[in-house]
Structures are given as C-alpha cells and as structure tokens.
Design a protein around this ligand. Structure first.
Ligand code: GLU
Length: 388
C-alpha cells in the first residue's frame, strides 16, 4: 500500500522520542506499581536507546502510588490530599524506574513541571537546556507534573497534555502515548467491544475529536479526548503521535520496525511557526472578544489585525499580553490571540474608529486590539497542512 510507504521512514528515522506512560501501564490489576510492567517498558526503551534514539519519558502514577502507600485506595480525595499523595508517591515511582533501568546501566533523572514552566520563556529555555544536557550525559529524563504545587491556574491537568508540550519543547520526531487503550477505534469500545482500531489517521479533524468522546479510566486522568487533543497539539508542530496499549509486549520495538499495533496520527505538510504554536497551544486563554461579521471577514479572508471598530463585546478577566479567544457573533471561535488592551479599556473603545479611540485614550493607544502577528486563526490550528 502506497499509504504505508510514506509513514514508515518517518518512524524509522525518528531519533528523538517522547513516551508518555499512563498509570494503568505501570500498575497491576490491584493498582499497585508492578515491577514486571516497569521491566517490560525499560527493556524496550533501553533497546531504542542503544539503537541511537534519545527518549524522554513522561510518567504518571505518583498519586496512585501515594494512595496505595496510605491505604486510601477508594476514598475521594480533596485537592490538598492529592497534592500530598503525589509528594508521597513520586519518590517510589522514581525508585521503580531506577530499579528497572539499572540492568541497562541507564541512569534516570526526575523533572517535575507546571504549566508556568511553559508559559515563561525563561523557564522554558532552562527546561530545554536541562533536557539536552541530561541526554548528553547519557541520562534518561523522567518527567511528571509537579502536582504538589500545581493548582488550576498553573496546571496541565493531565499528562497527555504535558507530554504534548514536552514533545514540542524537545523538538521530538515522535510522541508515543501508552495507556490501556488499544488505539482510536471505529466505534466506542465501551459500547462495542469488537470495534476495530484505526491504524492510521491522516486528518485530525473535528469529527475524529468528537468521536473520541470524553472517556475516563478510573486511575489516570486522561481519556481518549485528551489524547486526540495531544495529537492535535503536536501535529500542529509537525510531529506524529502513536497511541497504543503499553501492556502489549514489544509493541514499541515493533512500531519502529514498521508495525502499528495501535493508532498512528500523521501531521499535515505544514506546521505552525514556533511563536504561533505557543500562542495557540501553550497559553491559557483568559477571556473572549466577540467580533462583528466585518471584522471576522477581515481577520479570516484579509489576514488583517483586529481593530477596536470590529469589537462587539468582551468577556473574562485579562491583562494586556494575555491570550484570549476571538469569537464571531454566533459564538464560533475564529482564533486565539494576544490582546493589547484590558477589558475596561475595550469596553470604552469597542465599535469605535481609530480617530475616536485616540480621543478617548489619548496618544498612548494601539491601533490594533490584537495584532495580526499575535493572532492564530482556527483554520491554521485545525488544518496546519492546508496551504494558505
Ligand atoms: N500527574 C499525575 C500522577 O502522577 C497523573 C496525571 C495523569 O494521569 O494524567 O499521579
């Protein structure tokens, strides 16, 4: 099949790989860290490493391990309890990795990140440098979210999202998401257990996203929809994603030999520039600006900046420099951009022509509410492969 020809070299030649390992891959049916699972994963990663590939692991499992240690298996947890249990479980998680990789003389290092480490340019660069240095030292980095200090504002929320941002930061050639999910199925496997897995997805359309649904397994946070969103995030940076069941023996090794036991998502031909990717996928949006049809047309067709005259209304609490959604009057999202005004200023100048804005705000005004260079349109995010 000609389709298969084009993806094989992409995977075979992948040198830098981010592998996210979900809680259920690492635990036994009772939810305890399972040394057999660690050694199965470690054996495969060590072989990839020996073959010259460089791997960064993103691992879940801290909270579950903390729960087990305190025997709080089932009780619902408050956020402070989860944060405490993550602190308790994380060292045990790392110890399991260390033990599993000792056999291969591969030292492991721990990196704990919050979303802030990605939104601050300085910390982003430090993180990238540290990853590079660890790999140069021959050390395998194992990353988790710093759950102990992460509250909503600075949270990734799940490790699928975290691993996608790590893959972009690391400029990976491939993102691998290992969980207890076999891949993207033709139908919801909880409804039809015989549903077939789709091996290759070339178009990460909204339809695929919606088909994935918000399924959540009891132990990990991420379901299929966070995985598809992760695949979209990295596809927009030109990186493919593989999703498969991490308990399938030798699956990783087979993948690099060209056998897909799961689903491979291919990116489009073009990718977003680094800054646009950062605006669209890393920044958390803090509000919405609703624009009229004329402005929507100017943004989408004319590739223009958003001016005060096109603004109908504003929602949310943000400061200049924050990311906001741009929506049309029917509530459809047009794009995401960095706003130059506060909500109170926008209330005063919305719908006004530039000459009037100057009168209202004096000489210290910007012509644009969102400059074209700070705006990413939905069509760029959804179809990074499309010319235009
Ligand atoms: N960071 C969490 C943990 O280590 C897991 C998050 C997730 O499963 O996505 O327990």
């Amino acid at each position: 099949m000609s389709e298969q020809k084009s993806w094989r070299p992409l995977i075979k030649q992948a040198r830098r790989v981010v592998i996210k390992i979900g809680t259920r891959v690492l635990t036994d049916p009772r939810g305890k860290l399972d040394p057999k699972s660690f050694s199965r994963i470690a054996g495969q990663i060590a072989e990839l490493w020996q073959g010259g590939r460089r791997v960064v692991v993103v691992s879940s499992g801290a909270i579950v391990t903390g729960r087990k240690k305190l025997g709080r298996d089932r009780a619902p947890l408050t956020i402070p309890e989860k944060q405490a249990l993550a602190a308790l479980g994380q060292p045990a998680l790392m110890r399991s990795y260390e033990q599993a990789f000792r056999k291969y003389s591969l030292p492991v290092a721990q990196i704990l990140l919050t979303h802030e480490d990605f939104s601050s340019r300085e910390r982003y660069l430090y993180c990238r440098n540290t990853l590079g240095t660890l790999l140069r030292f021959g050390v395998l980095p194992v990353i988790n979210e710093n759950d102990t200090v992460a509250v909503d504002e600075i949270k990734f929320g799940d490790n699928d999202t975290l691993s996608a941002l790590v893959a972009v930061l690391f400029e990976a050639d491939l993102l691998v998401l290992l969980s207890d999910i076999e891949g993207l199925c033709e139908q919801d496997p909880s409804i039809n257990p015989d549903a077939k897995v789709i091996p290759l997805v070339r178009d990460l359309s909204q339809e695929i996203y919606e088909r994935a649904g918000p399924t959540r397994s009891g132990l990990g946070i991420g379901g299929m929809s966070t995985k598809i969103q992760a695949a979209r995030t990295v596809a927009a940076a030109g990186i493919p994603t593989f999703i498969g069941n991490g308990k399938t023996p030798e699956m990783l090794l087979r993948l690099f030999e060209g056998k897909i036991q799961g689903t491979l998502f291919l990116p489009g031909a073009r990718k977003l520039k680094h800054r646009k990717h950062w605006i669209a996928f890393v920044q958390k949006t803090r509000g919405e600006i609703i624009v009229d049809d004329g402005a929507r047309h100017a943004l989408v067709e004319g590739k223009k900046s958003l001016l005060p005259s096109g603004v109908l209304s504003v929602n949310g609490r943000f400061v200049p420099g924050d990311a906001v959604k741009v929506q049309d009057s029917s509530g459809r999202q047009v794009g995401v951009g960095l706003v130059r005004y506060s909500p109170s200023e926008l209330e005063r100048i919305k719908g006004k022509k530039t000459s009037e804005v100057q009168k209202i705000l004096g000489d210290q005004y910007y012509q644009e509410v969102i400059h074209r260079d700070d705006l990413v349109l939905m069509e760029e995010i959804e179809n990074p492969g499309k010319e235009g």
